[in-house]
Design a protein around this ligand. Structure first.
Ligand SMILES: C[S@@+](CC[C@H](N)C(=O)[O-])C[C@H]1O[C@@H](n2cnc3c(N)ncnc32)[C@H](O)[C@@H]1O
Length: 294
């Protein structure tokens, strides 16, 4: 019997404590980086338990053993916990996700913070555009912060827009949110925005095959593929950005690791200048703030 098969969770009537121990062993054998954490998250969701109840009730039998074991096998096969549960916490909210949207990353909260720092008055009636809105995590978080703002989310994926609309309803901002299917600026001829945000696809094509299976096999290619050098979407966005940034407005772009200089170099030809840069918790420059270069 292989180590993996030995570790497989097969016992029919597990206490919570035993189920967690066996599930964590199964996930560890499958190469999952955080086996006990993932096992706890899945068990809590499967049993409907808070963190404290998980400890208080660890000697009782599982009520939903079959579901938990199925979820553990999916995690062992590389599916992220958020994909299994269909939801991801981002900023201050839980966002519904589906196979059509990028799983929101905590690094992207850097972009939300950058906007909040540049526009500190939360009552400003900002007009905000999100290019590549995906689940809506950036734009909808901003609409929840700026209570008088209105937002337009553009995405080439109709399925992603459907998820963003559901998330807008869940955050109670539907009346200030509009989704539009399209290719970056298409259909936005004369519109100007106080804030334009984008977390575009930025992975160089040749690197996609080598990404972690959680990303490569579960995030949509449309959300990852940045072309040969990873910069295709930045070129497309910067080509028309100055026509759409309001006179005192800002464009905020999320960056992949090590892309700051290359993206900043595209700004002058776009008649924009980099005015702020923002690091994520690991120290990587994760976001650039750009304004008109008058
Ligand atoms: C990296 S994901 C970001 C999603 C979300 N804003 C976030 O931060 O989690 C990029 C998004 O851009 C969308 N996209 C890709 N190409 C596009 C295009 N040509 N026009 C509009 N949206 C596009 C993808 O469908 C995807 O939802």
């Amino acid at each position: 019997m292989t180590a993996t098969a030995k570790a497989k969770t097969t016992a029919p009537a597990h206490t919570i404590r035993a189920a967690l121990r066996d599930a964590a062993a199964r996930l560890k054998a499958a190469g999952v980086a955080t086996p006990m954490l993932d096992a706890k998250l899945l068990l809590r969701a499967s049993e409907g338990l808070g963190a404290a109840a998980l400890i208080a009730e660890e000697e009782r039998l599982l009520k939903h053993s079959a579901r938990f074991l199925t979820w553990i096998e999916r995690r062992a096969a590389g599916e992220p916990v958020s994909r299994i549960l269909g939801s991801r916490g981002f900023w201050k909210h839980d966002f519904l996700i589906s196979p059509s949207v990028l799983d929101p990353r905590s690094d992207t909260e850097t972009l939300v913070e950058a906007v909040l720092a540049a526009f500190p008055d939360r009552s400003e009636p900002l007009l905000i555009l999100d290019l590549g809105v995906g689940s809506g995590c950036i734009l909808l978080s901003l609409l929840a912060e700026y209570v008088s703002a209105h937002g337009l989310g553009v995405d080439v994926s109709a399925d992603a827009l459907d998820i963003a609309a559901q998330n807008a309803a869940a955050l109670d901002v539907s009346d200030r949110y509009e989704g539009r299917e399209g290719d970056w600026w298409a259909g936005l001829e004369h519109d100007r925005f106080d804030v334009i945000v984008s977390n575009p696809p930025y992975i160089p094509q040749a690197e996609i095959a080598g990404l972690a299976r959680e990303v490569r096999d579960h995030d949509p290619a449309l959300a990852l593929d940045g072309g040969v050098d990873g910069l295709d979407a930045y070129r497309a966005i910067l080509a028309h950005a100055s026509e759409h940034v309001a006179p005192r407005g800002r464009l905020f772009l999320e960056l992949g690791h090590g892309q700051a200089a290359a993206v900043a170099a595209l700004a002058p030809a776009a008649r924009l200048q980099v005015v702020t840069q923002h690091r994520d918790l690991s120290g990587t420059v994760r976001c650039l703030g750009l304004a008109h270069a008058y």
